[in-house]
Design a protein around this ligand. Structure first.
Ligand code: TRP
Length: 459
């Protein structure tokens, strides 16, 4: 019988869950989404959605995990009498898909860290060439995946929790210091103005939907990461306050990431924020140039610090993504963790090959997709995963409210929070889980399918 393990403390759980939430989504994607539309108006919507939509889904996922003490497929199988395990299956698949391309981007960050240490700031101008350098891209991705597998192989308390306890506080110190330093740079004010002054005329259905999706992804919801983590949580802990703390940490770090990145970008562009490199290149193109202007010594220090920060943030997320399929193999197929990890990593690595070579290396995987939202495999995998997460999220809340039933959910939440039912939180969560979350997620799912796969935008 394989041993499951558990988190050793409340702080350990919160740091691990926050570590899962805080990742490339916060530091790489959030700023470029803000840049694409709305500035502060986007930020405010993101904050609102995090609490109204995401926090209730997180509470539900953790409760399902803790109630059953199982991986997502097993958990849905148990509570839904076998009929609902498909939700866990789709979730586990989406997680593997996310990890397959997430690793590639994390590998770029690791590679950039090395380039910064060598003082090679020119990579910023050669981002395209960098992503087509087969040897580098493959090596760094393999290194990143191997570190992830090693951590997950060490188990919950001894691996995932331990790493989160070290990396999360370090990450917070690093990001705050970098943001503080960024404030002192010339044109910092222009950058902050771009970030913090709301552009209401840029708000449209697409930016609202973008903020919703971004918040959902950033909080690691919709595929069962939080179910898996919840399954290792003690009955003594209060799920509602833990989820609130995780949500707060995630939005705070995304917000601070913006405070750090936009002054850097403004510094690089001489204060001109009109022609931003938006999209994936925002960070990989602009920032090395900004570091170069800081001079050789300071540039190396700040640049290396910056990409190390991104690698740390990515690692605490990749371990959470890998944990879901590993936990399934350990629970259901009764394989020991130390072996399960390598089997699963191998499969993920194979699924990731198209994304790995789809950013210029292979012409086929870079250009063969003919969808409105994507031509290359990495963006295709990302859009597909994004869509599946929304579907998964919809199924999770609907299942909890109407199949598993709210009384059972409430009973689980009362463990570690005795007077839960007398609180305002319980009233809000009740309405959110029964109506707001299913409705918003279903609507968003339909809109995203139409726009990603059929090029139709209804609004
Ligand atoms: N939330 C992480 C980020 O912002 C990524 C992530 C980890 C994730 N686990 C997840 C996203 C599960 C969706 C589902 O980068």
């Amino acid at each position: 019988m394989a041993v499951r393990g558990s988190f050793s403390s409340r702080a350990g759980f919160i740091l691990a869950a926050a570590g899962s939430a805080v990742g490339l989504g916060n530091i790489w994607k959030f700023p470029f989404e803000v840049g694409l539309g709305g500035g502060a108006a986007f930020v405010v919507m993101y904050l609102g959605f995090a609490f109204i939509l995401c926090f209730p889904v997180m509470v539900t996922e953790i409760a399902i995990g803790r109630k059953t003490g199982k991986n997502p497929i097993g958990a849905f199988g148990e509570l839904g009498h076998g009929r609902w395990s498909f939700v866990g299956k789709i979730g586990t698949f989406s997680g593997m898909l996310i990890l397959s391309y997430y690793n590639v981007i994390a590998g770029w960050a690791l590679g950039y860290l090395v380039e910064m240490l060598m003082g090679n700031f020119d990579v910023g101008n050669n981002f395209g060439a960098y992503t087509t350098n087969v040897v580098k891209v493959v090596c760094y991705t393999v290194v990143f995946m191997t570190v992830t597998s090693y951590v997950v192989g060490r188990g919950i308390a001894g691996g995932i929790e331990k790493v989160a306890k070290i990396l999360m506080p370090t990450l917070i110190i690093m990001i705050v210091s970098l943001a503080a330093y960024a404030f002192t740079l010339p044109y910092a004010f222009e950058g902050l103005k771009f970030y913090l002054v709301p552009e209401f005329d840029e708000i449209n259905a697409a930016t609202v939907g973008g903020a919703l999706r971004q918040a959902f992804f950033s909080l690691s919801l919709g595929m069962g990461t939080m179910i898996a983590y919840g399954s290792y949580l003690s009955k003594k802990e209060n799920i509602v306050t833990a989820s609130a703390l995780v949500t707060l940490t995630d939005v705070m770090i995304a917000f601070i990431a913006g405070l750090m990145i936009f002054p850097f970008v403004a510094f690089n562009n001489g204060g001109d924020m009109t022609n931003l490199v938006s999209g994936p290149g925002l960070l990989f193109v602009n920032l090395p140039n900004a570091f170069a202007s800081m001079g050789p010594t300071l540039g190396v220090i700040v640049g290396a610090f910056f990409f190390l920060l991104i690698a740390f943030a990515a690692l605490t997320s990749t371990v959470s993504l890998l944990e879901v399929p590993v936990c399934y193999v350990v629970d259901e197929l009764k394989v020991v963790r130390s072996k399960a990890v390598w089997y699963v990593s191998g499969v993920i690595y194979l699924i990731g090959i198209p994304s790995l070579i789809g950013f210029g290396i292979s012409d086929f995987f870079s250009n063969s997709i003919v969808l409105p939202a994507s031509t290359d495999w990495l963006s295709f995998a990302a859009s597909l995963a994004d869509t599946l997460l929304l579907f998964g999220g919809f199924c999770i809340v609907t299942f909890a409210a109407y199949v598993w039933k709210k009384e059972n959910l409430v009973a689980e939440l009362k463990n570690g929070f005795e007077n839960y039912e007398e609180t305002f939180a319980s009233k809000f969560l009740n309405i959110a889980i029964s109506y707001i979350c299913p409705a918003l997620l279903a609507l968003l799912f339909v809109l995203v399918v139409l726009s990603h796969f059929f090029g139709i935008s209804l609004i």
